[in-house]
Design a protein around this ligand. Sequence first.
Ligand SMILES: C[S@@+](CC[C@H](N)C(=O)[O-])C[C@H]1O[C@@H](n2cnc3c(N)ncnc32)[C@H](O)[C@@H]1O
Length: 322
Amino acid sequence: MEQVIKPIHKPFNNIVSNISRHNPNIGVLDASKYTNGDISIYNDDCMKAFKQLADKSVDFIVTDPPYFIDGMGDDWNDKELNKKKSKAGAIGGLPVGMKFDPMQGIRLEEFFYKVSLEAIRVLKPGGFMVSFSQGRLFHRLSVACENAGFEIRDMLIWEHNGGQGKAFTQNHFIKKMNISEEEKKSMIDKLNGRKTPQLRPKFEPMLLAQKPKDGTFVNNCIKWNTGLVNIDFNEGQQTTIFKYDKPKKEKIIDHMTVKPVALLERLIEIFTVDGQTVLDPFLGSGTTGIASVKKNRKFIGFEIEKKYFLISIQRFEKLWRK
Ligand SMILES: C[S@@+](CC[C@H](N)C(=O)[O-])C[C@H]1O[C@@H](n2cnc3c(N)ncnc32)[C@H](O)[C@@H]1O
């Protein structure tokens, strides 16, 4: 189907046109909400922003929540994240030395349970929620969603072109040990090049959850226009595996975990129909919003960090300018 891009909603107000001339930086935009045509994005904590939405007002939620990397919680903070990134090597990666934070999953589950309660409230009956995750945290999101009342439907896979390998040998530590050279050599030989348990990542799991339907599939779909999916495409039926390369770095998108727009477009095509409303409570650089506009869906997004909120606006502007 031909891609529909909504007519340009110009003129943008002065504040917004300012943004395109400056790099996003705090203070350029005081407003905490940006609306243009069928999109509304809020620069706010999602738990507060959810309160703006009525019950049963959203058709589909797709999101990529914070993963509570080492020592960080829902107090997501860009500066802290960058500090940790430089230590850990990659977002979501295990800290150097494999220091394992057993609280990470527990905190994520508690946080995502609260998010899921709001998500299920605003979704229409039969509506779907897709949440990106990680292999070692997927179960926490699943349990959180299920406890909030969602039905867990499936695990979908985003197969990408590969992340950075993070596994490392222990030779470095052995060489620093206060033992003879002979003993060091013997230890290194014994370990025989084996590495820390981090296989090179090739996929991200996505949790597919559904708000319980109002009656049968037919009744629910007639009443709410949700609950059934479109999986037939020119290239055949969509499987549970979605193959999309990681997006290339773009100057405008200064965010560490950007998802491919084409993947979001495909998810939106599967779980919604033309004109329906998509919500992303963890908007980041705005990828879900861009995909929604390209697919002619209404869009609502929440982002706690002003920097990313502004980047999202810039991306919308760029899309409409094309
Ligand atoms: C994993 S990133 C999303 C990236 C996005 N998929 C993209 O393509 O750019 C998660 C985002 O959630 C935001 N975030 C974290 N906690 C939040 C909260 N309580 N409310 C709203 N946004 C939050 C972070 O600032 C971050 O940009």
